[in-house]
Design a binder for this molecule. Structure first.
Ligand code: ADP
Ligand code: MG
Length: 701
């Protein structure tokens, strides 16, 4: 069968023996024909452009020159031995140098003396003379007979070069491959191919390796990128459909007393329209006997906690318990406090469980949990332990998704007869395209509106020389009754230095803000939890005006009276972290400020981060820039996810294509959920062969 030829071991390709096969495997992971086919050029050289020798500049990249070899000679001894040729055109001459050469190469060059040849390589300047080391070389005649105007360049390694698998050899192997592979099974439907005017699959592969021109290359890339996005999205959507069929859950079909009582008596503010919309979405999910698997995205301060609380009340009104998990002790504590404040006057029992809960308390909590006396249990990942047994868990709220793995999330599913509903909240927004590929199998709700009356935070960039003015500004704000955060970076590699900075900073602030007029707290990771908590509480209660801290306060801390956030060495922080930190202020009615302190000279990347912060308060915009700067793979732990291993497609540059692929996959499944129609068989076959998700699918289907 034609499809099977792709599975042929690479040793069987003409020109690849056992030795080359071994090196292709170890260096490039090429085991079979299909792997070679998918080893794409990483760039192309425009072969229609030629240079003259007198046009060479010290900055020239790889170039092509037409000329003649005037003479050649072998010089040096042993390891210093090299082959040197003088190459000339009508404007001058340069040296060509080979440090490694075979007999064959020696002969080729000898034969070429005096004949027109084309050389290709990167010129080096030495003693104001140019030379090219290991140039590619071919006769002008051969060169002219090649139809390629774009010359593919493959990524290589030193080992490959040493074993003689040069770029030219790689090209030859690819050409050989296309001799053997004459047919490639289609994996898209005619409808899709026609709609987007894609080349046929085999043509796309041929064109990406050997494009005749840029237009052809673009078309080939488009098709292959689309395939990557499309099959990713199809996989996610099938997973979502599977989930809906497989994971039955509890039906919360009534809105009852607690929800109504809270809504009419205790809701401290009018919900934003975004909050109302999202609560509706969640409510609709919970009312179906299918497990909710929803991601709640919202900027810092957009009011995710209230959405979580209202969801909890729906579960409770239907006779179920709620788990609320946070990534840190401080945050769990804070959520617990918030729930106690909001729900304190109602007849509900809320508990908190963490690593530091005392044994006796712990026993009581677990007992109340098992008998159903406790309606809501807040905590850290301590909630996941097997000993934590609910009488009837119906809803799990998870704050700050990326700190917990998917595996941890799955643990909750075992805590009742049917898996409870899950609402996951992110700490900071994720760009839409990234969310689509990472969480495309979840339902996503977005809080895209901040509560009203919030003054937008003013962000400024300052340097060391402005420090006196900064202290003065802090004093003025404190005199108005406000509080101030001062945050220092803590980077593992330079931990010692960072602690020194932190302590020096704490000292100089304590000196500039002396007792009894001022009081300063300090919190960092090396303190005992109890001490940390004590210091934190002093600040929360307003007993201290300044909190000097490392990034332990990064997530979630809520002190509405704090209106100034000073970030020291701000250039050392990533964008999302800066935005997170900034979100600690601007929580009260007062005008708030974020002051980014940096050293004098910033590199381009740091400058982009700082100026983005100064320019915008919008977390979605910040996330977008963050992705542009760091690449999607480096954004908040997404590298583990594995879904981002695209060969060609790029989430940052090809966003439109991603949306198109998602939409196309959605339409496809809407019209043919099981891919039963004859015209979709190509898609189904490819999908089933290459994506494990179908295993589950075929069981259901
Ligand atoms: P985050 O989305 O960052 O978790 P929070 O839930 O902590 O945000 O809410 C931030 C602050 O905004 C809290 O002090 C909360 O009480 C307040 N808040 C939430 N929703 C509203 C609203 N609709 N109107 C006014 N204030 C609100
Ligand atoms: Mg929060």
């Amino acid at each position: 069968m034609a499809g099977n030829i792709l599975k042929t071991p690479i040793d069987y390709l003409n020109g690849v023996g056992p030795e080359r096969a071994k090196i292709l495997q170890s260096e490039l992971g090429i085991y079979r024909f299909e792997d070679l086919l998918n080893h794409f050029p990483f760039r192309y050289i425009d072969r229609s452009k030629y240079f003259k020798i007198n046009e060479i500049l010290p900055t020239s990249a790889e170039i092509q020159i037409i000329g003649k070899i005037k003479s050649r000679q072998e010089i040096g001894q042993q390891r210093g031995k090299r082959l040197v040729a003088i190459f000339q055109d009508e404007t001058g001459e340069i040296e060509l140098v080979w440090f490694r050469f075979t007999k064959w190469l020696k002969e080729t060059i000898q034969n070429a003396v005096g004949k027109p040849v084309v050389i290709y390589g990167k010129p080096n300047e030495f003693n104001r003379k140019y030379s090219i080391v290991h140039p590619e070389l071919e006769t002008l005649e051969n060169h002219k007979s090649s139809p390629l105007s774009l010359f593919p360049v493959y990524s290589s390694t030193e080992k490959l070069q040493k074993k003689g698998i040069t770029n030219r050899v790689m090209q030859k192997l690819q050409l050989q491959l296309f001799q053997e592979v004459q047919r490639l099974e289609e994996n898209l439907s005619d409808e899709i191919i026609q709609k987007f005017r894609f080349p046929k699959r085999l043509d796309a592969y041929r064109q990406i390796h050997f494009p005749k021109n840029l237009e052809e290359l673009k078309q080939a890339e488009n098709r292959l990128k689309f395939e990557e996005f499309f099959f990713l999205q199809l996989g996610l959507l099938v997973k979502k459909l599977n989930h809906q069929q497989k994971f039955k859950s509890f039906e919360f079909d009534s809105i009852g007393d607690h929800f109504n009582e809270f809504y009419s008596n205790y809701l401290p503010f009018e919900l934003t329209n975004a909050q109302k919309r999202v609560v509706k979405e969640i409510r609709a999910d919970l009312a179906r006997p299918v497990q909710m698997n929803r991601l709640l995205q919202g900027d810092v301060g957009s009011g995710k906690t209230m959405v979580a609380l209202l969801s909890a009340l729906i579960a409770i009104d239907n006779g179920y318990q709620v788990a609320f998990m946070a990534p840190t002790e401080i945050l769990a504590q804070q959520h617990y406090q918030a729930l106690e404040n909001y729900l304190g006057k109602m007849d509900l029992k809320i508990g908190i469980l963490s690593g530091s809960t005392k044994t006796k308390e712990r026993r009581e909590i677990l007992e109340d949990l098992a008998t159903g006396k406790l309606e809501i249990l807040v905590g850290t990942h301590a909630l996941l332990e097997e000993k934590v047994v609910f009488q009837n868990l119906g809803l799990t709220l998870i704050d700050e998704q990326h700190k917990f793995g998917v595996a941890q999330r799955a643990q909750f599913l075992k805590k009742n007869k049917l898996p409870p509903h899950v609402l996951v909240m992110t700490a900071t927004p994720i760009p839409r395209t990234l969310a689509m590929s990472l969480y495309g199998d979840l339902d996503i709700s977005v809080l895209d509106e901040l509560p009203p009356g919030r003054k937008s935070i003013q962000t400024v960039h300052k340097k060391d020389k402005d420090r006196l003015a900064l202290f003065k500004f802090m004093k003025d704000e404190i005199q108005k009754g406000r509080q101030v955060y001062v945050v220092y970076p803590l980077i593992e590699e330079s931990e010692k230095l960072d602690y020194k900075d932190l302590m020096d900073g704490f000292e100089s602030i304590s000196r500039a803000f002396p007792l009894p007029d001022f009081a300063v707290s300090i919190v960092h990771g090396k303190m005992k939890p109890a001490d940390k908590d004590f210091e934190m509480q002093r600040f929360v209660k307003g007993q201290t005006q300044i909190l000097v801290a490392t990034t332990v306060i990064e997530v979630g801390v809520n002190v509405p009276n704090a209106s100034v956030m000073v970030i020291e060495s701000a250039e050392k922080f990533g964008l999302s972290q800066l935005h997170q930190l900034r979100g600690r202020v601007g929580r009260g009615a007062e005008q708030s400020y974020c002051i980014l302190m940096t050293k004098d000279q910033l590199n381009e990347d740091a400058y982009q981060r700082i100026s983005t912060m100064v320019r915008t308060n919008d977390g979605f915009e910040v996330a977008e820039v963050d992705m542009q700067l760091r690449g999607p793979g480096n954004l908040m732990g997404t590298q583990q996810s594995g879904v981002l291993n695209f060969k060609l497609a790029n989430l940052t540059k090809d966003q439109k294509m991603m949306h198109t692929a998602r939409f196309t996959a959605e339409e496809l499944l809407k019209n043919d959920p099981q891919l039963e129609k004859i015209e979709n068989q190509a898609i189904k076959n490819h999908f089933q062969k290459n994506y494990k998700e179908t295993l589950i699918w075929s069981r259901i289907g």
